[in-house]
Design a protein around this ligand. Structure first.
Ligand code: M6R
Length: 608
């Protein structure tokens, strides 16, 4: 939530800051702003409500020659989106400017204390407290003031600050909010995400909690909380920068949907050696594996849905009892997790606050926790016992698509790995399933080659007030994810149910105005789902079916059929998800929605 960026070097800062904010816009787009030294001993702050484009237009004609500055794109928490609440925030003297990602939990008490000392607040934000604290503690050394300031803060923060008296310096600090810093030798940068730094350097430092960094042109000095210099741990980023471009696609969502064949291929590749599934990064001995008596999977949103797929596969193949839970609930319960529980934490960003808290809880109970994430160096990788990377490359669209398929591919490998190492599947079975998994990218390509039926289905959905999604088994999950996509980007109400549950209540909602998307692909429960489709049709609802090519029974009864190629049921979540992603996008576009920037959402949810 919220993106922060800072630049200090030899070039004009304003364009670089705005460019960085554009790359971080997925983190929030309620307002955007920058602060730069004004060359006359003060600071110039420019903020606009809405997307970064509004800020870009505002600064375009402005005379802002400074070669240092900080910027922010906001996802509002404290105070509505407005220019007054937009970051950067200044102190009373106007010499300090601050951008912040996170939540200062004790801001109200700090603000009262600072007000009593004569500080005047202009915004409703928690962040403004930081600017006034820096003012209170500043005695000529911004880093020293930052150390004293963060010692007063409770909550999560990634902060970057500048001071008019040091026009070539940025000071940053973090706790529980991501901060990456880097330098190319002449320019130094800070950002909430490496995407905004990658054009300058591929060797970056992910600050640890409690660390500070002092950036000057060509130098990044990392310090611990006591101000002692720390040897920075460099991480090399091998992401491809093309991911940050739309490459001719009208939006990132469509581009990312089309990247899925490559993403699944890359995620799976290299994990079968000598007829064995190898997941070296899991770091599990045979003894560890034999001791596992249950698996717990935690995640949020789309990552939780990938966890539901994982449960189906782990239980089917490895026969290990598996539970899946949303991290925001898990973290506040007393879940039955023991040292013989294997915990798998799924998070595209690796920064989701609820998932990180759940990881800490599971580890405190003695369980081994493995992260499945897309983002190198993200917080979850440092808090877990091992990490498996999905190879989705940077995902820009707020609605997760390619990371979902990559997560499914990854958990499929984990399920095969556990099944083989537990002796529940033999090598022949494992190799055969692996080859079928490896064939799914070609099937996705085939689905992407003709989307005419999806467009037809979107026409049926676009004007409804509510839609329902039904499927069974692994495809109940596909439906949960399909409905989430529709809600997120088209703002249509949608609910998904295991098809057999319909008659226990939700069928009361059906009438001709509520279309139903039914996944009726080839599976051991296809006949049962077909009966549910008949029940739906009997209530006058229109049915859009996702079915296996050649299934004439479905064609005869459904209002619209989207055919997908035949795959074994256990892999159908990979293929059936693709038309549901495209369907949500198409409905959203027909309704005039901005698919890459859905309202009220942000890509990384770093607050509770
Ligand atoms: O980065 P994470 O996978 O931990 O994020 C979890 C959810 O916030 C995320 O999947 C969210 O539901 C997306 N908007 C889905 O499109």
């Amino acid at each position: 939530m919220c993106g922060i960026v800072g630049y200090v070097g030899n070039n004009q800062a304003k364009g670089i800051l705005v460019g960085g904010l554009r790359q971080l816009e997925y983190r929030g787009y309620d307002s955007a702003g920058i602060a730069v030294p004004d060359g006359a001993g003060g600071l110039e702050v420019v903020c606009r409500v809405g997307k970064v484009q509004a800020l870009a237009e505002a600064v375009e004609g402005m005379e802002l020659p400074a070669s240092c500055g900080i910027g922010h794109t906001r996802w509002a928490t404290h105070g509505k989106p407005s220019e007054t609440n937009a970051h950067p925030h200044k102190d009373c003297s106007g010499k300090v400017a601050v951008v912040h990602n996170g939540i200062i939990e004790n801001y109200a008490a700090l603000r009262d204390e600072l007000r009593a000392q004569g500080h005047e607040f202009v915004s409703e934000t928690d962040t403004e407290t930081v600017a006034h604290l820096l003012e209170r503690y500043y005695e000529g050394d911004l880093a020293a003031a930052m150390r004293k300031t963060v010692a007063q803060l409770q909550g999560a923060y990634g902060i970057a600050a500048i001071h008019a008296d040091h026009p070539q310096q940025i000071v940053v600090s973090r706790k529980d909010s991501p901060i990456v810093v880097g330098t190319d030798g002449s320019s130094s940068l800070v950002a909430s995400d490496m995407v905004a730094v990658m054009d300058y350097t591929r060797d970056v430092v992910f600050l640890e909690d409690g660390q500070l960094a002092v950036l000057t042109p060509g130098s990044v000095e990392v310090q611990d909380a006591a101000g002692r210099a720390v040897e920075p741990q460099l991480t090399h980023i091998d992401w491809d920068t093309e991911a940050a471009e739309r490459a001719g696609y009208p939006d990132f969502m469509l581009k990312e949907i089309h990247e899925q064949p490559r993403v699944v291929r890359d995620t799976v590749s290299g994990h079968l050696k000598d007829n064995k599934i190898v997941l070296e990064d899991l770091n599990l001995s045979q003894e560890d594996i034999e001791a596992i008596d249950q698996v717990y999977i935690i995640g949020c949103g789309t990552s939780y849905h990938a966890g539901l797929v994982a449960r189906e596969l782990i239980e089917a193949w490895a026969r290990i009892p598996t539970r899946v839970e949303v991290a925001s609930e898990f973290r506040y319960r007393n879940p039955i997790v023991t040292p013989s529980t294997l915990v798998i934490a799924l998070s595209q960003s690796g920064e989701t606050a609820d998932t990180l808290a759940a990881v800490r809880l599971a580890r405190s109970k003695g369980a081994k926790v493995f992260a499945v994430t897309n983002v190198m160096g993200s917080r979850i990788t440092r808090e877990s016992d091992g990490t498996l990377y999905v190879k989705a490359n940077m995902e820009i669209s707020v609605a997760a698509t390619k990371s979902f398929l990559a997560q499914i591919a990854c958990v499929t490998l984990i399920a095969l790995f556990l099944a083989q190492r537990k002796g529940r599947l033999n090598s022949r079975q494992v190799v055969s399933l692996f080859h079928e998994l490896r064939a799914t990218p070609a099937q996705i390509e085939y689905i992407l080659s003709d989307t005419s039926a999806i467009e037809e289905a979107a026409e049926l959905l676009k004007d409804c007030h509510s839609a329902m999604y039904v499927g069974r088994g692994i495809n109940a999950t596909t439906c949960y994810e399909g409905a989430l996509k529709l809600k997120e980007i088209s703002y249509l109400h949608a609910e998904a149910y295991a098809a057999g549950e319909l008659k226990h209540g939700p069928i009361a909602l059906l009438d001709p105005s509520v279309p139903v998307v039914a996944v009726v692909t080839e599976s051991p429960t296809r006949m049962q789902t077909l009966s549910n489709v008949q029940e739906i049709l009997a209530r006058g609802a229109k049915v859009i079916a996702i079915a296996t090519e050649g299934d004439e029974d479905v064609r005869e009864i459904a209002d619209c059929v989207i055919y997908i190629p035949p795959v074994r049921d256990c892999f159908s979540a990979i293929t059936a998800s693709v038309p549901l992603q495209l369907l949500a996008r198409s409905v959203a576009l027909k309704r005039g929605c901005d698919v890459d920037h859905p309202r009220n959402l942000a890509k990384s949810v770093t607050v509770e």
